[in-house]
Design a protein around this ligand. Structure first.
Ligand code: ZN
Length: 394
């Protein structure tokens, strides 16, 4: 039987696991019930399992019977603070928490890959690390697992790393997609406090009003984006929150705003970071005020190795048919902490359409079709099985 046929035979188990995970979602770095379910689903397989200290991760290593390139396969496992409104029979039983990004499917697919590969241990070209990761949704769980040694789990660093992500609307149903180079954006955070001096609204000349300065800064930032960034290496800057003052006739001491910045390359990020800080501080200074600027680096851009992305595409076409894979034309402006792994290990982040296209990921109405589970499990397993024999990606 082929890997895909074996994966189809696992379908009912994977669907059951996915739906149990879906009904009991957990947020952040501490996912004890999710961890429990993963451990139970891996029980009996010939794996070296270790658990995280600072987070409820599961790292499992499957040893090959012969030496070869180590491959890392990763699934994120955390849910979101979203109140589910899908009406599904297996909908979340935890109020205000939902697997609205499909990480329950990722977890089930990686469990499936572990079963498929454990059954083929004799033909495995090298060890496989299964990385079950909490805290993708803004908690940098990937960095925490790297700090705890996931990349050294097999004793030799991985030669390649792969992850799948399902999309309920951004990718056609049942189609896998990948691209060489940047696939997801870097996401940084800007916090600004314009520091003035409060006073009476009737006598602004005796105060230092931070509000018009803040407004000028926000407008100038948009001009900066259009004038100082390359249109072929885009930057997105959104000011999502502004706060100042309490009453119409009182000039406040300070005005604050926060923004998100998305970039798609390291040079663009470095350039815009320096330019933004200079602009904010300079405008405040020009008006005789001061600005406190905090620029927080978030997830880096998720950058696929061109050879690994091509290898992934070829593998998917071969096992599922040419119509099941397409090149992703443009990167997505979301961000992803698998970027932490891809900063150190060449690999590919692969998208998989698993929805009817109506509600996007993170929506309370997002529905992910778990009929894709065997396909995802088979693709992950085949990437590990074929990577050792792959000369193109070597
Ligand atoms: Zn996600």
């Amino acid at each position: 039987m082929s890997v895909h046929e074996d994966a189809i035979a696992l379908r009912d188990d994977l669907v059951r696991l996915r739906r149990r995970l879906h009904a009991e979602p957990e947020i952040g770095l501490d996912l004890p019930r999710t961890q429990e379910k993963v451990l139970a689903a891996l029980d009996g397989l010939p794996l070296e399992v270790s658990l995280g200290q600072a987070l409820s991760s599961v790292t499992a290593v499957l040893r090959a019977t012969r030496p070869g390139p180590v491959v890392l396969l990763r699934a994120d496992m955390d849910a979101l603070p979203v109140p589910e409104r899908t009406g599904l029979e297996y909908a979340s039983c935890v109020e205000g928490v939902m697997h609205a990004c499909g990480h329950d499917l990722h977890t089930a697919m990686l469990v499936g890959a572990a079963h498929l590969l454990a059954a083929r241990r004799e033909t495995l070209p090298g060890d496989v690390i299964f990385m079950f990761q909490p805290g993708e949704e803004g908690w940098d769980g990937s960095a925490a697992m790297i700090a705890e040694g996931v990349l050294d789990a097999a004793g030799t660093p991985p030669a390649a790393a792969y992850a799948l992500h399902v999309f309920s609307a951004a990718v056609p149903h049942r189609v896998f997609a990948a691209r060489a180079g940047t696939t997801m954006a870097a996401s940084d955070r800007l916090d600004v406090t314009v520091v003035g001096a409060g006073g009476h609204g009737a006598r602004p000349h005796r105060a230092q009003d931070p509000i018009p300065v803040m407004c000028e800064v926000v407008t100038a930032l948009q001009a900066l984006i259009t004038r100082q960034s390359d249109i072929f290496d885009p930057v997105v800057l959104t000011v999502g929150s502004m706060h100042a003052g309490a009453r119409r006739n009182i000039i406040p001491d300070t005005a604050t705003f926060e923004a998100t910045l998305r970039t798609f390359s390291t040079p663009a990020k470095a350039r815009i970071k320096a330019a933004v800080i200079t602009l904010v501080e300079s405008i405040a200074r020009a008006h005789g005020l001061r600005a406190e600027v905090t620029y927080r680096d978030g997830y880096a851009a998720t950058v696929n190795d061109p050879r690994e992305a091509a290898f992934a595409g070829e593998t998917i076409r071969e096992i599922l048919g040419p119509h099941r894979f397409r090149q992703l034309a443009n990167p997505l402006p979301g961000s992803e902490d698998f970027s932490r792994v891809l900063e150190q290990i060449p690999g590919a982040y692969i998208l998989l359409g698993a929805g009817d296209g109506t509600a996007d990921n993170h929506s309370p109405l997002a529905i992910f079709d778990d009929r894709v589970l065997p396909d995802g499990a088979a693709v992950l397993a085949e990437l590990a099985l074929r990577r050792g024999c792959n000369t193109r990606a070597a």
